[in-house]
Design a protein around this ligand. Structure first.
Ligand SMILES: *Cc1c(COP(=O)(O)O)cnc(C)c1O
Length: 482
């Protein structure tokens, strides 16, 4: 960052100059518009994006902080919630709010059930049971709201083991969770079985359909076998569904729906004593961008059932093509049997390090998401990937061959770093290093700005030294325990 700006220009820049400069900052961004990214951006078509931009701009200045002040926004929010409730087979009692994203939806769900358990059951030390594959935002909620996360293992098919969930229920349990589908493996948890459990133990069940909420209903209409995951399942008390994912809305739009007001009421915040006046709000935020709410409405209405169906069809066909292509590479396998358009693949060959394959693909311009537990690569399929599926599969095949011929790649580059990070048993140390990196990144000089190879190398080097230092001690301690 040579020419970093740290003061206001004396005189404001000309619009053209300023916009050109902003464009120039884009150089190292993820090349999503070439369909070379497998996460972060959901894109239906340029035409659709123009529509939601126009809708966003129409309500650019409006603020949904006060729904009474902007009845337009209240109406959009209400109608987005009603449409979503209908898609997810809720009855007329289903209520909900829009939020800024899946994370806000999950944070709020955890807060709601914590407060409900406090009031109705006098629970002081709340616990929630999470599948190991549950989204990390639940862990954020656990930290923020002091709810203990209790992890339930997955079965061989990467779905939560419901018998294990049952064993983990205690008098302090306030919430059961299932995903439709989960992020790491793209599999849908057995929601019907979880629903049975929830009813038997009189516990709420939240279904995280942030990914699936706006895609699975259309897969079902296309005749795909989709296990029941929505309000048709008795026992499901709430569902989160992100409009800014497969709903193709502008970022900043998710929904959180509850079976009835008996639950939603615990989400609301009311203050009567503030000098600024009596205050009430439905979610985490104060000021809320009108644009994101308006664009979500426009996305649903502009796309319509036919639009979503045709995108779903394309996404489904492309996912099948990619998964078949990957399974046809003998050195690789897809993990489990993903239920939607999200999947993970890994190496089954001792000489092919999957993280090295990722490095090789990135050298070809792909943006690849890596996972740990187990080491694997992740993909979220968008309709645009139809155009590049063949090229990607060919590049993947080449990358696998290359890594096989150059097994040393596993011990260099980010492959070595991630491999090391995944294997170090002392997670507290990794945490300290990542925390340090965050402090650098948000420090006065903006640090490295991202987890580039050098920063990763730094973490790995430190982690490695520390690991070696403690490895012997750990070994001795283990022997003493035996
Ligand atoms: C994306 C995602 C979330 C979090 O949503 P954000 O919009 O990124 O905050 C939660 N759950 C699942 C399954 C997700 O894929």
């Amino acid at each position: 960052m040579a020419s970093e700006i740290i003061t206001l220009p004396k005189i404001g820049l000309e619009k053209e100059t300023l916009l050109a400069q902003m464009q120039s900052y884009r150089g190292d961004d993820v090349p999503w518009h070439e369909n070379k990214a497998w996460s972060l951006v959901y894109h239906a078509s340029d035409e659709h994006t123009e529509l939601i931009k126009a809708a966003y701009n129409l309500f650019f200045s409006e603020n949904a902080l006060n729904p009474m002040a902007f009845k337009s926004l209240k109406r959009f929010e209400h109608e987005v919630v009603r449409i979503t409730a209908h898609l997810l087979n809720g009855d007329k009692n289903v209520v909900g709010t829009m939020t800024a994203g899946g994370t806000e939806s999950l944070l709020l769900a955890v807060k709601t059930y914590r407060d409900m358990a406090r009031q109705t059951r006098k629970i002081k030390h709340p616990e929630m049971i999470l599948p190991e594959s549950a989204h990390v935002a639940f862990l954020k909620a656990a930290e923020y709201f002091d709810v203990k996360p209790v992890f339930a293992p997955l079965d061989d098919g990467f779905r939560v083991d419901v018998a294990a969930v049952q064993k983990l229920i205690t008098k302090n349990t306030i919430l059961l969770v299932g995903s439709a589908p989960n992020y790491p493996f793209g599999t849908i948890d057995p929601i019907e079985d979880l629903g049975q459990l929830a009813m038997r133990y009189k516990l709420p069940l939240h279904v995280d359909a942030c990914l699936g909420g706006f895609l699975l209903p259309f897969f079902e209409k296309l005749g795909q076998p989709v296990p029941l995951f929505d309000f048709r399942v008795l026992g499901v008390t709430s569902i989160s569904a992100d409009v800014h994912k497969y709903g193709y809305a502008a970022k900043g739009a998710s929904t959180l729906l509850y079976k009835s007001m008996d639950y939603l009421k615990y989400q609301f915040f009311v203050s009567t004593e503030w000098s600024g006046g009596v205050f009430a709000s439905a979610g985490l935020l104060g000021t809320r961008p009108g644009g994101a709410i308006a664009a979500a409405w426009a996305s649903l209405m502009g796309m319509g059932e036919s639009g979503y169906l045709s995108l779903a069809e394309k996404t489904l066909a492309t996912t099948k093509k990619l998964m078949d292509g990957i399974n046809a590479i003998p050195e690789l396998e897809i993990l489990g049997q993903p239920d939607m358009s999200v999947f993970t693949y890994r190496s089954v060959h001792p000489d092919v390090n999957i993280l090295a394959v990722a490095d090789r693909l990135e050298a070809r311009g792909w943006h690849i998401d890596r996972q740990q537990k187990p080491e694997s690569l992740h993909a979220m399929v968008n309709p645009g990937h139809a155009e590049i599926a063949d090229v990607f599969l060919a590049d993947l095949r080449d990358a696998v061959d290359y890594v096989k011929a150059h097994p040393k790649m596993a011990t260099s580059g980010t492959a070595a770093t991630y491999g090391m990070i995944a294997k170090i048993p002392f997670r507290g140390m990794i945490r300290e290093n990542v925390l340090q990196m965050m402090m650098d990144m948000y420090g006065p000089d903006g640090g490295t700005l991202n987890l580039d190879a050098e920063a990763q190398g730094g973490i790995a080097a430190k982690a490695g030294l520390w690991y070696l230092k403690w490895k012997n001690r750990l070994e001795r301690w283990r022997q003493r325990r035996r």
